[in-house]
Design a protein around this ligand. Structure first.
Ligand SMILES: N=[N+]=NCCCCNC(=O)[C@@H]1[C@H]2[C@H](O)[C@@H](O)[C@H](O)[C@@H](CO)[C@@H]12
Length: 448
């Protein structure tokens, strides 16, 4: 019996993404994507790790789905590798790529596991990057063509669609700071990228509606609850600017049809404002069925004269952190859920990612005792429960991640999985947290 009972039809799931787990980077007709290219350049990734093999999910997906079944996990968020479908990003279709996802999704459904499909989780076909990538407005139209193909092929199979995963990361880490693929450092271009990605989202939602499909469609945003370091009004303003930078720059166009005025003013003053055609806003604001949010940690922000362009910088507190160095702050999820409920008309929410990396060790009995991860997950789920009890419209939770996997610039050094992957032999070891999560699902709630 659970102490914290979740709503009857609450969605309990786990999440992954194509580049992080599939491997088979150049198999069965798949085209090169920007992460294949970015990881091939020495110095970009921890120890020059890459996703050429990753968790070899492309070949091991049936065994991985058996683990989901064994654990009683009946919702699974995955992403599609665009370059497996369209090796050049558009035009010729790679039928073997289509067949892989048909087999994957049909196997999930045959076992009673509901798929949630992300169309774009960062792995842009390299051919499209060669023409400017998301900075080129033409790529918007190629994304729509890709989505239309996916809706025609999978629209009747897949009940939950996510257009994009974390446009803030796509634009800022990929095009402003060069930490992620394609490794560009151009802040103004990054803001143009963010706009084009949002425009592509809106066009795909509009397309989905026109095809009269029966599922739900939304977008996933990484949201950082922002808190001022002190009660000094400069810090309070800095926290608000950080909230605008990470959260409202994406939430407002999608849910209100306009960019936040304070950030437009700031970017205009800094000569960073890109082309933001007014006629695009109505498209970006196309009504979504749910907002996906990825929550990991909070931001504590102080005024910082030297910080460009926001005059705001994060403060590292001496609090418990995950292996990523991210503060463990469950209340930040509660506060974010209430913030969304109050400021965005009670929009339906799916938590499409929440989880933690810790330095997992396989003990002498071949077991991974990850009590720290169970603690992190339990504390965050208690905050979700509290928000639902306050009336916040949270419909589901996808734990990041199902498997240990390629953690972008950190390579395989960071383990987020509830299933341990031994990359030397591709063995899977079910961690204690996975058994714990299976119980949460069975009880539809938490014991403590
Ligand atoms: N300071 N700080 N920052 C906290 C937020 C950083 C933004 N990164 C994410 O949210 C990525 C998201 C991604 O979808 C997944 O593909 C990644 O594997 C996870 C784990 O990294 C998360």
């Amino acid at each position: 019996m659970a102490k914290y009972n979740f709503p009857k039809d609450f969605i309990w799931g786990v999440a992954t993404s194509s580049y992080q787990i599939e491997g088979a980077y150049n198999e069965d007709g798949k085209g090169e994507n920007i992460w294949d290219r970015f990881t091939s350049i020495p110095g970009n990734i921890y120890k020059n790790h890459n996703g050429n093999v990753a968790c070899d999910h492309y070949h091991l997906y049936e065994k991985d789905i058996e683990i989901l079944e064994q654990l009683g996990i009946n919702n699974y968020r995955l992403s599609i590798s665009w370059a497996r479908i369209f090796p050049k990003g558009y035009g010729e279709v790679n039928q073997k790529g289509v067949e892989f996802y048909k087999k994957l999704i049909n196997t999930l459904i045959s076992k009673g596991i509901q798929p949630a499909v992300t169309l774009y989780h960062w792995d842009l076909p390299q051919h499209l990057q060669d023409m400017g990538g998301w900075a080129n407005r033409k790529v918007v139209d190629y994304f729509v063509e890709y989505a239309e193909f996916m809706f025609k092929e999978f629209g009747d199979l897949v009940p939950i669609w996510i257009t994009h995963n974390e446009p803030w990361v796509v634009s800022m880490l990929g095009y402003a700071w060069g930490i992620h693929a394609p490794g560009i450092k151009d802040y103004k271009m990054a803001l143009q990228v963010a706009h084009n990605v949002l425009l592509s989202h809106g066009k795909v939602v509009r397309l989905y509606r026109s095809m009269d499909l029966k599922g739900k469609i939304g977008i996933t945003l990484n949201l950082l609850t922002s808190y001022p370091y002190t009660n000094d009004e400069k810090d309070i303003l800095a926290a608000k600017i950080n909230d605008g930078f990470v959260n409202r720059w994406f939430l407002d166009p999608v849910l209100k049809g306009k960019y936040p005025e304070d950030m437009v003013k700031l970017y205009r003053e800094q000569n960073l404002l890109p082309e933001l055609p007014e006629e695009d806003m109505e498209i970006i604001n196309e009504k979504i069925d749910f907002l996906g949010i990825n929550y990991y940690t909070r931001s504590v922000v102080k005024y910082d004269e030297a910080s460009y362009p926001l005059k705001a910088s994060g403060v590292e507190l001496d609090n418990p952190k995950t292996d990523m160095g991210w503060e463990i702050y469950p209340k930040g999820l509660y506060d974010m859920l209430n913030y969304l409920h109050q400021n965005y008309d009670g929009i339906e929410i799916l938590i499409t990612e929440n989880g933690a990396a810790f330095n997992d060790i396989v003990n002498s009995n071949g077991r991974v005792i990850d009590d720290y991860r169970i603690f992190y997950l339990n504390e965050h789920l208690k905050e979700v429960y509290r928000a639902i009890s306050d009336g916040v419209n949270v419909k589901g939770y996808y734990l990041w991640s199902f498997l240990d996997n390629f953690e972008w610039a950190e390579g395989y050094a960071k383990r987020f999985g509830i299933v341990y992957v031994d990359y030397t032999n591709q063995n899977r070891i079910i961690k204690d947290s996975a058994y714990w999560y299976g119980d949460v699902i069975k009880n539809n709630g938490l014991k403590e």
